[in-house]
Design a protein around this ligand. Structure first.
Ligand code: ADP
Length: 372
């Protein structure tokens, strides 16, 4: 049982770098929160403040309603797993996992029970007598997680735990963490720079940039309704396409002019724009590669381009098209392509594409905020 609250939490390092500005977040009991953003955005600093490894410069941290700012890390009832595993090399797996309980003078039989339970959950029972150097990266990471589980912490903190693993193992361990989460049922705060990890693991994700929170939401919310251009570009692969466009009132509704196409907006979008009080303006139009559709022929709603590169991904084709001097990426299910183009579309082929209005995103180029 543990809720975690960060209230106006700020971190200014000794060298006057403000790594985290006024961070506000309420984490529910048993929630899985992911902090995600590019390197240097302040994710680790935030996590380390929760762990007590960094002092909080301003604001308050509460765990289960108790202010923790001045509580020693060992008394916060949290466990942290690092990217580097940080195992004791001279101890066996068993001893590594038992160590913190030994320090707490937990009876031997109880330690044994807890270590064996955690080892079973993580499928490392057969390695209990080995030293860390005789284990693979993935196995070491399991031991590091096991060492945290035995302490039965109120809050589980993980700082890029999968970054040192190769891609295949990372996918496997990601699935393991989802299972682990179901079995140990505690509150998690997980840091990663990888948006796929964030999307697949988080109940909610916190997207950060330059020490500021850009958006907090469920994976679906941040994907469908990115609050600004940064979030729109950060979440989703390949990245969202952006175009300079013009938003105009046309009769009762609104339309967007982009390249040589006119896209009339739907009723829902019209209502939102009317309610927001915007006037005709320049906008940044965003559209995800999977939401750009092919058009059989040119028309008033289509943009014309020339194929640059086809990347065959198996079930999908990533098509890079040059349109109006810009590289636009289209993600097309292979089954939607004419048979002769399933292996790719030749460089230089002229293509037309369109945007379904309900799938476009409109941003104010000045504030970068989502207009819808
Ligand atoms: P992230 O985990 O998102 O990569 P960090 O929290 O590690 O980001 O760092 C955020 C910012 O704080 C960066 O600009 C980084 O250079 C700076 N920073 C991190 N640790 C220290 C430190 N001990 N002293 C001074 N600046 C630091």
């Amino acid at each position: 049982m543990a809720t975690v609250q960060l209230k106006n939490v700020k971190k200014i390092y000794d060298n006057k770098v403000t790594a985290v500005h006024s961070f506000n977040l309420e984490i529910a009991d048993k929630e899985f929160i992911v902090l995600v953003g590019p390197s240097g955005c302040g994710k680790s600093t935030t996590l380390r403040m929760v762990a007590g490894l960094e002092e909080i410069s301003e604001g308050e941290l509460l765990i289960d309603g108790q202010v923790m700012n001045d509580v020693e890390p060992k008394d916060r009832d949290i466990a942290m797993v690092f990217q580097s595993y940080a195992l004791y090399p001279h101890m066996t797996v068993y001893e590594n996992m038992a160590f913190s309980l030994k320090l707490k003078k937990v009876p031997k039989e109880e330690i044994d029970k807890k270590v064996r339970e955690a080892a079973a959950i993580l499928d490392i029972t057969q390695y209990l007598e080995r030293k860390p150097k005789a284990l693979s990266g993935g196995q070491r990471q399991r031991v590091a997680i096991g060492r945290a589980i035995v302490r039965n912490p109120k809050v589980f903190l993980m700082d890029e735990p999968l970054s040192n693993l190769d891609a295949k193992l990372r996918n496997q361990m990601r699935a393991e963490i989802i299972k682990l989460r179901q079995r140990i049922d505690t509150t998690f705060i997980y840091v990663t720079h990888d948006q796929t990890e964030a999307m697949t693991l988080g109940d909610r994700i916190v997207i950060m940039k330059d020490g500021y929170i850009m958006q907090i939401g469920t994976p679906q919310e941040v994907f469908d309704h990115p609050a600004n251009i940064f979030v729109a570009g950060f979440i989703g692969t390949p990245q969202m396409n952006f175009f300079d466009a013009k938003l105009e009132k046309a009769g009762d509704g609104w339309q967007v002019k982009v390249a040589d196409a006119v896209v009339p907006l739907n009723a829902d979008m019209n209502a939102k724009l009317d309610a927001s009080g915007v006037k005709d303006m320049n906008v940044t139009l965003g559209i995800r590669p999977e939401h750009v559709s092919f058009a059989a022929e040119a028309g008033p709603h289509t943009v014309e381009g020339k194929v640059d590169v086809s990347e065959m991904m198996g079930s999908e084709l990533y098509l890079h098209v040059t349109a109006g001097g810009k590289d636009v990426v289209l993600r097309i299910p292979t089954t939607d392509l004419p048979v002769e183009h399933r292996g790719g579309i030749p460089h230089g082929t002229a293509v037309n594409f369109t945007f379904r209005p309900e799938l476009i995103h409109l941003f104010d180029p000045e504030s970068e905020k989502n207009l819808l």
